[in-house]
Ligand binder design. Sequence first.
Ligand SMILES: Nc1ncnc2c1ncn2[C@@H]1O[C@H](COP(=O)(O)OP(=O)(O)O)[C@@H](O)[C@H]1O
Ligand SMILES: [Mg+2]
Length: 259
Amino acid sequence: MPDTNTPVIKLTGLRKRFGIGNAQHHALDGVDLTIQKGEFVAIMGPSGCGKTTLLNILGLLDHHIDGEYELDGRPVISLSARRQARIRSQQIGFIFQSFNLISRLSVIDNVALPLTYKGMTKLNRLKRASEMLAAFHLSEREYYMPHQLSGGQTQRVAIARALVNTPSIILADEPTGNLDSRSSHIIMEELSDLHRRGNTIIMVTHNPGLTTYASRIITMLDGKIDTDTIRKPRKAKADGKRPLNKTVKVKKPKKAKKS
Ligand SMILES: Nc1ncnc2c1ncn2[C@@H]1O[C@H](COP(=O)(O)OP(=O)(O)O)[C@@H](O)[C@H]1O
Ligand SMILES: [Mg+2]
């Protein structure tokens, strides 16, 4: 186990190049970044400045990069794709803007999918997925197909799926980008709740209003970090809940209504 002072994420001199010869372009051009456990980091910046590239690297989805990346104190860039995949499935939850649900699978099967790699029985996987869906007020939609859901519901399913593995790090790329303000608010409350429980969240957003939930705001420009500001998040109320990766069940009393 890493000691508590080890940053969750430490990037040193990170570079990502696209293209060859004269057409070379640095999507990331020397990023140094340390993120401590339990931070809620919002990343902003103009389109094309490298936000998604950075998030993909943090999620071990990109293998051709220069520089150093330590995850929980362990260098991960040089690990084999297989070991990276294992770390990803155990530690990292992804929430994309384009929800990426699998259209031919029911809601509950979508949420249970990441557990396939955990050696759980099918029954236990469905039980666990069902608990997650209950936490997101989606119990009645378990056997719906993705096309039968609203945008807000779809994104909640995608988040339930991202969290079913109890990841310690949550990466979100414009998670509310396609949603109306009410659905956005519900998603942000969920992320905020996870933050209060001690999970580390890194979220790319275009919406300055959403940064009020974050404890740190980073702006990027031309593949570099431009500004880095620590702030007090809007919701600082402690409710005694533990981080996601230390709990067995995700059950929470909720006041938010269905959307
Ligand atoms: N697969 C790719 N091939 C070539 N260039 C890419 C690729 N992905 C991203 N880029 C370029 O890298 C830069 C950063 O892109 P990206 O990380 O998607 O920006 P952001 O998410 O901030 O809008 C952009 O100039 C983009 O055109
Ligand atoms: Mg992007």
